[in-house]
Design a protein around this ligand. Structure first.
Ligand SMILES: Nc1ncnc2c1ncn2[C@@H]1O[C@H](COP(=O)(O)OP(=O)(O)OP(=O)(O)O)[C@@H](O)[C@H]1O
Length: 925
């Protein structure tokens, strides 16, 4: 995490001392009275933006001074120079404005806010010092420049206020204006923060400490903007009745604080005109996926270090950025509204059945620019002429899109078609006003079409006539003077001239005035040429200024249509996702899921991501009645994790509105999907892995409901086999008895399969493996990746090790160990210390048999867990020396293990403890 108050970025300070590059430099403060006007202007801007690194326009550069200069030189890798005047010598560094984006990005990445102080008056017109003002404060959550926005995904600025049961999170995507707010307990708000992962988080003084799980700039906000009255006042600039739109006080405070800060970063230009509505939402109105589930199901980011595919990658056949953002939003927050889901499926089905319409739509949608961001640039007065042309091109697609939808039948597609506003007025305005291929700059002419503005046309005509007169001048003067080599030319410094070579100077007429002497010639002007030149230049200048004026007028007219444009963007985004879903369904053989079932029933289901990377993917069925617990066993690499994730991904896709990779699917509407994946798969910093595993498990056990899907992959693996198994068993029972969520539990603890048989709503599944034994050869293992009823009999860990290329000597020795322990089974008691997974199943099995819990067929949980709680399970475990008695040493050791602070123990300490205990056991014998 990266605190904007400087706690972390101090690392970046050039010399590691306490001087911060943000805020006013000490050296200038000390010399305040004597500073040159420019430096005192810089100092004032630094004082007004104490939390930001100020970059200060001087001509074509953004400069920084003192500590900020040193920091800029270091981060941006630019030269550190100095500025000297009578008041002192100040370190100075600069970045070229033309190419500022990459430097600004480097500063952002180093954890800075950057206040951009631009010259806000024309240097040539300024009398004395050029006026400068901070036009924007660039922060990770409020980046709006296209060059700094990495891709089409939304960048949120978030604000949290309140605590306890009354906390709120407001977010705004400053590049598109999408603003939303929700409230709940601080636990729910934390979860929502992790799920949305805003790039920057403002924390109101009354909110608890926020320490999100991901990299984010956290800003402890000034409380005044979060006060109820101030927040109401801020929001009233956006909506006419703030209390009606956001009736909840803590939500209102979060939104107010958020928008006030967003305004500040936009250079205090007043309200953000593109934020036209604030949407309240309830996370429970969508299929909730917390950050852990999003991460472990690899919806958006791959866990593979080499960056493998993700769910969004494989279903992203969208044609435009609008659709891409919408797709991400739908996958992040699939619907729980059965009607809405069905309507999306209807639309996808119709587009699937009409390949021609689908292709036409895709063609037109691919010409669509990022309308939401264009609109936001228009209303922030940052759009240039090219942006307006891009807007026009985008709007040109609308009638085509409507035409492609002319005979659709499903409700959603009909609604989309009917609600699509062609915005012919805006299109015409832009087309009439802006030239087809305008330059980047809007102050240098060539932007406005002829015929659009009479005054501009007049001025341009004057300029043109003047230029024509000059163009013909050469011919006329050659005739008049008889000098055939006479040239008329122009240069920036001297303007128009008539050039005569030295041998012809005697023929120069009297009305020629000398302008410049060159080696072989002289340059002249005439009074008429001078008059024309003035006329041309002032007309050109006036025309450029007029063009800019006309342009801003056109842009302002377009800005008035923000809401209509946003609604078009909204419809195009939805249409793009539905079309993409249909394209994926067509290309990859997805089927429409039947929603509202009381069980997850999938025929020949596939993992949407793994199937794309595998030459042959083995489809598998699923049949899980609500509240049932499936204990999934099978060797390493047999396909357990893939299968469990596939079930979850099929449900997510279906509720997002997509068809699913299966032959047939009947699905319930899930409220949440929880995942707890194996400890070794999830190395998180800071916390002990086991502690983290348990914390996630706690969340699941508390929050899961009968409508949830829970995936538990090797729960308990992060600790000793004994504890791990105990926890796994207790968890399975708790989920089964108390939670009632549909649960898939993959495990290497084969003993758990006993529960699959003994609990009424639990059953066993296993993954099959074919073992071929040929005489004189080592057995060969083939993974069939096929799920089957019942429990798996062996773990094949050693065979997997062999397949992975572990040296033969090690594999053979491992086989010997297994042989030994199998022949020893029933007599040894060291199962609890068996360290590796490969072996643990066999040992764990042995261990429980020696405990007499499975062999004698007794109902395990009645024996071992009188009250069915986790603690009771751990307490219920007693070592067994094979004689059926527990020695005093063993009891002491057990007590010590129970009192261990597992979470606070480092792996090294754990090993040492283990070694010591083992020593005691040996000595005790
Ligand atoms: N149904 C399938 N069809 C084809 N290949 C599959 C299938 N399922 C899994 N695989 C392949 O097998 C590999 C291992 O699968 P997976 O990680 O699901 O196994 P696992 O049983 O969970 O292993 P472990 O217990 O070691 O975590 C996958 O990476 C994939 O390449």
């Amino acid at each position: 995490m990266n605190h904007a108050d400087g706690t972390e970025t101090d690392e970046c300070a050039s010399d590691g001392d306490a001087l911060r590059p943000e805020g006013p430099p000490e050296q200038m403060l000390a010399a305040r009275e004597e500073l040159t006007p420019m430096l005192s202007q810089y100092l004032e801007l630094c004082e007004a933006h104490p939390d930001a690194l100020v970059v200060f326009q001087v001509g074509d550069f953004y400069e920084a001074f003192c500590e900020a200069a040193e920091e800029m030189a270091r981060v941006c890798e630019v030269t550190l120079t100095k500025r000297e005047d009578s008041t002192g010598t100040y370190p100075m560094a600069g970045i070229p404005i033309d190419n500022a984006a990459s430097y600004l990005e480097a500063l952002l990445e180093s954890g800075y806010r950057v206040a951009v102080a631009d010259q806000v008056e024309d240097a040539s017109e300024a009398s004395g010092l050029v006026d400068r003002a901070v036009t924007q404060v660039i922060t990770p959550g409020t980046v709006v420049d296209d060059e700094l926005l990495t891709d089409a995904t939304a960048t949120y600025l978030g604000a949290v206020a309140g605590s306890g049961e009354e906390a709120a999170l407001a977010t705004v995507d400053v590049s598109t204006g999408e603003c939303q707010v929700t409230s709940g307990s601080d636990h729910q708000i934390r979860e929502e923060v992790d799920r949305l992962a805003p790039a920057e988080l403002l924390v109101a003084p009354d909110a608890p400490d926020f320490d999100p799980e991901y990299e984010v700039m956290v800003t402890d906000a000034d409380g005044s903007d979060f006060a109820l009255d101030a927040a109401r006042e801020t929001l009233s600039r956006y909506v006419s009745a703030p209390d009606a739109v956001v009736p909840n006080g803590v939500e209102l405070r979060a939104v107010g604080g958020l928008l006030a800060y967003a305004e500040y970063t936009q250079g205090d230009d007043g309200p953000l005109s593109y934020v036209s509505r604030v949407r309240r939402y309830d996370p429970d109105r969508s299929l909730r996926l917390d950050a852990t589930a999003i991460r472990s199901l690899e919806l958006f980011d791959s866990r593979s270090p080499s960056g493998g595919h993700t769910l969004v990658d494989v279903v992203d056949e969208t044609a435009c950025a609008l659709g891409r953002r919408r797709l991400t939003a739908w996958l992040r927050r699939p619907s729980v509204d059965e009607g809405e889901i069905r309507r999306r499926h209807d639309a996808v089905g119709e587009l699937l059945d009409r390949p021609l319409a689908r292709e036409t739509l895709r063609d037109h949608l691919s010409t669509v620019y990022d309308l939401e961001r264009l609109v936001s640039r228009v209303s922030r007065e940052r759009a240039n002429a090219r942006d307006l042309r891009a807007l026009k091109t985008t709007l040109d697609a609308v009638p085509e899109v409507k035409a492609a939808l002319s005979d659709v039948e499903t409700e959603t597609l009909c609604d989309l078609r009917d609600s699509l506003d062609e915005l012919a007025d805006v299109r015409e305005l832009v087309d009439d006003a802006i030239r087809p291929d305008p330059p980047q700059e809007i102050t240098e002419g060539d932007v406005i079409r002829e015929g659009f503005d009479a005054e501009l046309d007049d001025v341009r005509a004057t300029e043109r006539e003047g230029r024509e007169w000059v163009a013909e001048l050469e011919e006329r003067e050659r005739d008049r003077t008889g000098i055939d080599s006479l040239d008329v030319g122009y240069n920036q410094v001297h303007g128009y001239y008539i050039e005569v070579t030295n041998p012809n100077l005697d023929r120069v007429p009297d009305d020629y005035t000398r302008r410049q002497t060159l080696k072989n010639s002289e340059r002249f002007y005439t009074p008429e040429l001078k008059r024309r030149e003035d006329e041309i230049l002032s007309a050109a200048e006036r025309a450029d200024a007029l063009e800019y004026e006309v342009f801003t007028r056109v842009r302002a007219s377009v800005a008035e249509e923000v809401e209509r444009l946003q609604s078009v963007a909204e419809s195009l985004a939805t249409l793009d996702v539905l079309t993409a879903f249909a394209a994926v369904a067509a290309g990859h053989d997805y089927v429409r899921p039947e929603m509202g079932a009381d069980a997850v029933r999938i025929e020949a289901g596939r993992h949407p991501v793994v199937e794309r990377t595998q030459d042959e993917f083995v489809p598998n069925p699923a049949d899980f009645s609500a509240g049932h617990v499936a204990v999934v066993t099978g060797p390493n690499m047999s396909g357990k994790s893939t299968y469990m994730r596939q079930v979850a991904l099929v449900c997510i896709l279906a509720q997002a509105g997509s068809f699913v990779p299966a032959r047939e699917a009947h699905l319930p509407i899930l409220d949440r999907i929880f995942t707890r994946v194996g400890a070794s798969d999830d190395i998180a910093g800071g916390q002990s892995t086991f502690m983290r595993e348990m914390a996630e498990l706690t969340d699941i056990l508390h929050d899961a409901t009968e409508d949830s899907l829970v995936l538990l992959d090797e729960v308990g693996r992060g600790t000793s086999t004994t504890d791990g198994l105990a926890i796994a068993r207790a968890t399975t029972e708790f989920v089964h008895d108390e939670v009632g969520a549909t649960t898939l539990f993959a495990t290497h603890y084969h003993d758990l399969t006993a529960l699959g048989e003994s609990l009424p709503n639990a059953f066993n599944l296993h993954f099959t493996v074919e073992k071929t034994e040929r005489e004189g050869e080592e057995p060969e293992v083939t993974f069939l990746h096929r799920v089957a009823d019942g429990a798996s009999s062996s773990s094949y860990g050693v065979e997997v090790a062999q397949l992975a290329g572990v040296p033969d000597a090690v594999v053979d020795r491992a086989r010997e160990f297994i042989g030994e322990s199998e022949s020893d089974s029933g007599t040894t008691s060291d199962a609890a210390t068996t360290p590796t997974d490969g072996e643990s199943d066999t040992h764990a099995e042995n261990q429980l048999r020696t405990n007499g819990r499975t062999d004698d067929g007794a109902e395990p949980r009645d024996d071992d867990s009188p009250d069915g709680t986790l603690a009771a399970y751990v307490d219920g475990i007693e070592p067994d020396d094979g004689r059926g008695e527990t020695t005093a040493t063993e009891r002491e050791i057990l007590d010590e293990i129970r009192s261990l602070d597992v979470a606070g123990t480092t792996p090294l300490e754990a090993l040492n403890t283990l070694d010591r205990l083992r020593q005691r056991l040996d000595d005790g014998d």
